[in-house]
Design a protein around this ligand. Structure first.
Ligand SMILES: [Zn+2]
Length: 453
């Protein structure tokens, strides 16, 4: 039997295992003495380890933070690191089906986690079984590592590394095929107003989302309403203006997008504030915002418009709010994979302060980078190519962060196939059964390839 045929024999088993894991609501909940991330994540880990145990693998539960199953022998360790926790889901959010019941329509499965990342974990379970069926000598140990806190801080992986150390070669099936060799570094910052005539301003839902709606209250009669309307209309911006007795309330509707791709969104904060300046509203804070951020998403205004061969710096302003006369907002910067946070901060140094406002840097995280032709990246790419025949799509860099930043010698590989949107973290998350089987097949080849390095 070929590896492909071998994988196919586990089709029903894959569905059964995934259905069981999807039925456990493993979103982060209150921690208890033996459930560091709540009962759900603990139950999901217990169920997954039981499946692997029943299949005859050696399993270990690391105090309900993470767990693993292992086959093979030898000094070196290959790790496949997935996660069993999920982001919250509720039928009322607009799901067509119960997110905690895996529903099959044709060849497509629906439910929270069917793709991210329970589907990937189950595909890896099948890959381990096929690997064992092949009866080839496993000269390195192969470990399926399962965390339970990836979606809210990855403390599970930190705990795992403290107890078990790093891996020699690894991939996390929680990103994209045919592999992610670079993940941008991050800098979190905040800006504050020093002086402003704005009476109130509120907008945004999260620091890592492009602001989709922003409302400001300003004194009346101090700007040109025609110029403001022209600016919004010329830029195709949806807005509303409410004229009060002495104040004006302006709301701008933008378009949300992930902070790692701010250019795909329309930032309501930025359009509102730049619009006010265009309309002649004289204000020190508005000047500060427009000159330091404005409509750019590349850090130009803050002096950090940086790029390397692998991509450009991005900047997102997610939330703005005003309290006790001071405006405060979030800045989420993702910088190129070959740079350091120090370099980026140095570039911003001169641009952090003026009479209208100032920026405070809160913290930074370094990027992840492997050469695209390193053995890890090229062997994984080869596995993807053998199974899919897709020679066009190349490994990539991303602005988001995965487990790969938390454990050495690891990159994200799968589970998303090119140009596919599985609605992860969204309503009606789905995956095709054939894609899960193809994932399993790719992982078998990937492990065999890494075994030969
Ligand atoms: Zn994930």
């Amino acid at each position: 039997m070929t590896i492909k045929e071998q994988v196919q024999t586990y089709r029903e088993e894959l569905l059964e295992k995934l259905g069981k894991l999807v039925s456990i609501n493993s979103a982060r909940a209150e921690s208890t003495s033996d459930a560091p991330f709540g009962e759900g994540p603990k139950e999901a880990l217990k169920a997954a380890l039981q499946m692997l145990d029943d299949d005859g693998f050696r399993t270990v539960n690391l105090d309900n933070y993470a767990g693993y199953a292992e086959i093979g022998s030898g000094e070196q360790l290959i790790g496949i690191i997935g996660h069993l926790d999920i982001v919250p889901a509720a039928k009322e959010d607009g799901w067509d089906t119960d997110p905690f019941e895996m529903v099959r329509k044709g060849d497509t499965l629906y439910g929270r986690g069917v793709s991210d990342d329970k589907g990937a974990v189950v595909a890896t379970m099948i890959a381990l079984k096929v690997l064992r069926d092949l009866n080839v000598p496993l000269t390195k140990r192969v470990r399926l590592i399962m965390g339970t806190n990836e979606e809210s801080g990855s403390r599970c992986l930190k705990y795992y590394v403290e107890k078990e150390g790093h891996v020699d070669y690894g991939f996390t099936p929680d990103g994209n095929f045919p592999g992610v060799y670079g993940e941008k570094g991050m800098i979190a910052a905040r800006y504050f107003s020093k002086e402003t005539r704005i009476l109130d301003i509120q907008g945004g839902t999260a620091g890592n989302i492009v602001c989709g709606k922003c409302t400001a209250v300003i004194p009346g009669k101090c700007y040109s309403s025609k110029k403001l309307a022209d600016f919004f209309n010329n830029n195709n911006i949806e807005y509303s203006i409410e004229q009060g007795e002495e104040t004006v309330t302006i709301t701008v509707f933008g378009k949300a997008a992930h902070a790692s791709t701010p250019e795909l969104g329309v930032n309501a904060i930025s359009y509102l504030l730049v619009g006010l300046r265009e309309a002649g509203f004289q204000d020190p804070f508005v000047e500060f915002y427009c000159s330091h951020i404005g409509l750019n998403t590349n850090g130009d205004g803050l002096g950090c418009k940086l790029s390397d061969n692998y991509g450009e710096l991005t900047l997102n302003c997610g939330i703005i709010h005003m309290q006790d006369g001071v405006i405060e907002g979030t800045i989420d910067i993702r910088f190129p994979v070959t740079m350091t946070s120090k370099q980026v901060m140095r570039a911003m140094q001169e641009r952090l302060d003026d009479e209208g406002g100032y920026v405070e840097i809160r913290g930074g995280g370094e990027p992840l980078f492997f050469s695209p032709d390193s053995p890890l990246v090229s062997n994984l790419l080869d596995a993807y190519r053998i199974v899919t025949g897709d020679m066009e799509t190349m490994p990539m860099t991303i602005g988001g962060g995965t487990y790969a930043k938390g454990i050495h010698n690891t990159i994200a590989f799968g589970c998303a196939f090119p140009n596919r949107d599985y609605r992860i973290h969204n309503t009606n998350e789905f995956v095709d059964i054939d894609e899960l089987l193809m994932q399993a097949e790719i992982y078998v080849h990937a492990i065999l390839n890494l075994m030969r390095i």
